[in-house]
Design a protein around this ligand. Structure first.
Ligand code: HMG
Ligand code: MG
Length: 299
């Protein structure tokens, strides 16, 4: 834990692309991951080994993992919802996986087709088997600042799920504001509760920008001591089981904020803008990052 360094986890190849309706060619996904690697982003969440019936866009997960050029020191985690997903990932030599329970029953059932307790049991098996195989496990908690089906979520209920994941062996807990309804004050209350049970060094924040609050929430989290931030280049993304949820906070915007706070990321903002503009072009849309658009206009 170096207080002057913020570790970025770019989730665009997974969270950013999972919700796209038209199939994205596998080579485009591979190129995106290779470009993020070249940016020196330390963690690139690359795809999901979930049921192809649930997330058809990521049904090429194996081909993606076989096609990318991995760099020493860069981590390429993948989502694994169950042992079947973990086994598929292990066959491909994946070194890090992520599990992703929710806090609320409503979201858990829509996203994972089972209640919170049942999924925690399943994820416990996934974590145990991953660790046995020398694979690191990141743990998400979803809907930490609001649920599309149940509304407000209490910080203590988030802390309970986060603590379970941490005790089961996740090295890091990423707090997911899945639908972006959080505000900085709520983020602070949440972190106060969660850091009673998981050290702040082991926390990450995963903010979707649906309500335009992501940067404010991240600023609050960094001031609280969090040094791992999830983001998505060009602000790509959205969860298929959270209606209306837009993308993750844009990596370019986070870089501008973090560098503006005098902290390091090891990533060059102008180079990140190029990658964001490139993938936006591939998808036929405008870059959702305000910073990227401002810098592009200056070029
Ligand atoms: P289920 O339908 O109850 O599962 O779904 P099942 O075990 O009955 O299996 C159904 C079919 O899927 C079977 O195939 C299985 O073999 C197959 P069939 O026999 O019918 O041909 N299957 C699989 N195939 C490949 N890989 C697998 C796998 N598992 C089953 N791993 C299940 C339960 C958990 C599988 C399903 O609900 C699922 O895959 N959910 C994942 C949904 C998802 O990926 N959501 C988006 C990610 S979460 C997110 O975005 C939030 C996050 O960003 C944080 C935040 O923002 O807060 C992380
Ligand atoms: Mg997400």
């Amino acid at each position: 834990y170096d207080p002057s360094f913020v570790r970025l986890v770019d989730v665009s190849p997974r969270d950013g692309l999972q919700n796209e309706r038209t199939p994205i060619p596998t080579p485009t996904k591979i190129t995106l991951i290779n470009k993020l690697t070249a940016l020196n982003i330390p963690v690139i969440e690359s795809t999901s080994f979930v049921s192809p019936k649930w997330v058809p866009q990521l049904s090429d997960a194996a081909a993606v993992m076989q096609g990318i050029s991995k760099k020493e020191g860069t981590s390429y985690p993948v989502l694994t919802p169950n042992l079947k997903g973990l086994e598929r990932a292990l066959e491909l030599g994946v070194e890090e996986v992520a599990v992703f329970p929710a806090v609320t029953e409503g979201f858990s059932k829509r996203n994972l087709n089972a209640g919170v307790e049942e999924t925690l049991g399943r994820f416990g098996d996934v974590i145990a088997k991953a660790l046995e195989n020398g694979v690191r496990v990141r743990g998400y908690v979803s809907v930490v600042l609001g649920c599309p089906y149940e509304g407000d979520v209490s910080p203590s209920s988030v802390a309970r799920v986060a603590e379970r994941l941490f005790k089961m062996g996740c090295y890091e807990i990423s707090l997911g504001d899945t639908i972006g309804t959080g505000t900085p004050n709520k983020m602070r209350e949440l972190l106060k509760a969660v850091c009673q049970v998981v050290p702040v060094e082991n926390l990450a924040v995963h903010c979707h920008d649906t309500y335009g609050q992501a940067l404010g929430n991240i600023y609050e989290a960094i001031n609280f001591g969090v040094r791992v931030v999830d983001s998505s280049v060009a602000g790509l993304g959205g969860c298929p089981y959270a209606k209306g949820a837009t993308g993750n906070v844009a990596t370019e915007d986070v870089l501008y904020l973090v560098h503006g706070m005098g902290l390091r990321t090891g990533v060059d903002l102008n180079e990140a803008v190029k990658v964001g503009n490139w993938i936006s072009g591939e998808l036929g849309r405008k870059n959702a990052s305000r910073v990227a658009n401002a810098l592009t206009a200056k070029l």
